[in-house]
Design a protein around this ligand. Structure first.
Ligand SMILES: NC(=O)c1ccc[n+]([C@@H]2O[C@H](COP(=O)([O-])OP(=O)(O)OC[C@H]3O[C@@H](n4cnc5c(N)ncnc54)[C@H](O)[C@@H]3O)[C@@H](O)[C@H]2O)c1
Ligand SMILES: O=C(O)CC[C@@H](O)C(=O)O
Length: 527
């Protein structure tokens, strides 16, 4: 039975789903060295933002197939390391959108009305109505940095509260911003004109310390900053200075560069100018159920050999597209494996040609499946849909994708040509009905055979006696032939013979086959 480690607290509903297919161990707050020690036992790891899945942990994770992040941000996972190791990383892109947006709005309002301090004051026996005179958000300008899922929901609610909306997001169109009701502006203008700025961007190289001393100097002295996105996008020392010196009026932060926030952080010393929460953006009952179901279902599916719907490090394929493409992916993998074995040595170049109906589909997954097949002889089970692309690149395999919708021999077919150190070989395959794979050409010789586990391909002169000679040779070595077919372009010219065998070819027999008069080449293939 598979084993899943849950190393952050997730809703029980997620554990129940995982328990359908695996032994689930919940171990929260493990020190990194302990995680490195025990991770080899596990097939899947489920986390929230508390666990940092470092390269060291991934390198030790010799059985891990999937890391599930019950939330959006995957910046606590070393994705390149996971990809190289062939580990799928999945998240829940939408499960906590509303929770995070509502938390940002809560932070904006509670900061504006000093709710946390007023609450504390009443609870400590006071009745002070003078110290907590706030400001309204109505008719104020809200600058939204990052107009994705959370930013858009914040925009919708803020609009209903009568706020004017500016947005900065270099990756969204004016049309989309118009739909949301935001004026798309550059960052400088947003910084200078906003009364409130709310951040909804990922932490990347580009967004690291995007809000820094220079930015605070340009903000209105009455402006307030909200960050419920990611720590690290604000320079916290510069923010503390800007608040202390009155360069800006307030800040409300849910996320921090280092979490938990250091005990001596200057942010803790800013009184009513700042509202701090301990990364609670996703902490609603609803969001925790959503993300737990979303991610646990994906882990369950991957452990059952099914695709994940929100993988962040494999070609993006929606489930309906995947369902339709699945037989073609199987075809691509089989043909990749076959052409890789025919090519024998190092492959430098793979031409992936999508023909007929296949020419109109997403090629990315078909290419990845072809590469997975091609590399499977060298890498065995180490290669998968996650790392096939990266492994091919690291081996210097250049891939060219071409499409030809005019080929109509079959509804859809795939042609792979591999050029390498030992020459060039090509194979074509198609689907018979919806699922049955047929190899329809080898080195441009037309054939029509289903792939089988053990196969023998020969290139020979099409003259009488060759087939019989090969048959008796295999008989002498006690190899049973299940089926045989010859493909040729012209009578008595060159031909290809394809034999499906019940048993693997014994050592040394290939050399004997090549010695048979008329045989030019022979290849054994195991699929
Ligand atoms: N506090 C929490 O508990 C909590 C909960 C959920 C999500 N989050 C975080 O909130 C953030 C937003 O999540 P989302 O679901 O809306 O993501 P999203 O991908 O839907 O939106 C992010 C937006 O940021 C934009 N963007 C990227 N780089 C940018 C840049 N340099 N400048 C401006 N815009 C840029 C993208 O174009 C995108 O529109 C993420 O960092 C996520 O991890 C935090
Ligand atoms: O796990 C959490 O509670 C935080 C999740 C949040 O940061 C996210 O990116 O989804």
């Amino acid at each position: 039975m598979s084993k899943v480690l849950v190393s952050d607290s997730i809703d029980q509903v997620g554990i129940d789903i995982l328990s359908q297919v695996a032994q689930v161990d919940v171990k929260i707050g493990l020190p990194p060295e302990e995680l490195v020690r025990i991770i080899p036992e596990y097939d899947a790891l489920m986390i929230r933002s508390g666990t940092r899945v470092t390269q060291e942990i991934i390198e030790a994770a010799n059985n891990l197939k999937i890391i599930g992040r019950a939330g959006v941000g995957v910046d606590n996972v070393d994705i390149p390391a996971a990809t190289r190791k062939g580990i799928v990383v999945v998240n829940s892109p939408q499960g906590n959108t509303i929770a995070a947006a509502e938390h940002a709005l809560t932070m904006m309002l509670s900061m504006s009305r000093y709710v946390p301090d007023a609450n504390q004051s009443v609870k400590t026996g006071q009745w002070d109505r003078k110290s907590f005179v706030g400001v309204e958000v109505y008719k104020k300008t809200l600058g939204i940095v990052g107009l994705g899922k959370i930013g858009s929901h914040v925009a919708a609610v803020a609009k209903a509260m009568g706020m004017k909306l500016l947005a900065y997001d270099p990756f969204i169109s004016q049309e989309r911003a118009d739909q949301i009701g935001c004026r798309l502006v550059d960052l400088d203008l947003l910084i200078q004109e906003s009364d409130y700025i709310t951040l909804h961007i990922p932490k990347t190289k580009e967004t690291y310390h995007l809000f820094n001393a220079e930015v605070f100097a340009k903000m209105k002295p009455t402006a307030r900053l909200i960050n419920c996105a990611r720590g690290g996008v604000i320079d916290e020392t510069a923010l503390a200075d800007a608040l202390r010196t009155g360069q800006i009026a307030g800040a409300a932060l849910d996320v921090f560069e280092n979490e938990p926030l250091e005990a001596d952080s200057p942010l803790r010393e800013l009184g009513s100018k700042i509202v701090l929460t301990p990364h609670l953006g996703a902490s609603t009952e609803e969001a925790q159920v959503n993300v737990a179901i979303d991610v646990a279902e994906q882990i369950r599916d991957v452990l059952l050999g099914l695709p994940a719907r929100s993988a962040v490090n494999i070609p993006g394929l929606y489930p309906d597209v995947l369902e339709k493409l699945k037989p073609y992916l199987q075809l691509a993998e089989t043909l990749g494996n076959l052409v890789g074995q025919l090519a024998g040595g190092r492959v430098d170049f793979l031409d992936v040609r999508l023909q007929g109906e296949l020419a109109g589909t997403s090629s990315q997954a078909v290419v990845v499946a072809s590469l997975k097949g091609l590399l499977s002889q060298a890498l065995r089970e180490r290669v998968n849909y996650v790392n096939a692309g990266i492994e091919a690149k690291e081996r210097g395999i250049r891939v060219i994708e071409t499409r030809d919708a005019s080929v109509t021999d079959y509804t859809g077919s795939l042609h792979l040509e591999a050029k390498g150190s030992l020459g060039t070989h090509s194979v074509t395959g198609a689907l018979l009905g919806d699922h049955e794979i047929r190899i329809t050409s080898v080195d441009d010789f037309p054939i029509n055979v289903p792939p089988t586990r053990y196969m023998l391909f020969t290139l020979h002169r099409d003259v009488p006696g060759i087939i019989g000679n090969i048959g008796s040779l295999l008989g002498r070595f006690n190899v049973n032939i299940a089926s045989m077919q010859v493909g040729r372009k012209i009578v008595r010219g060159e031909a290809v013979m394809v034999l499906s065998l019940d048993d693997p070819l014994p050592e040394g027999i290939l050399a004997e086959i090549i010695k048979v008069s008329g045989i030019r080449d022979a290849y054994t293939v195991t699929l």
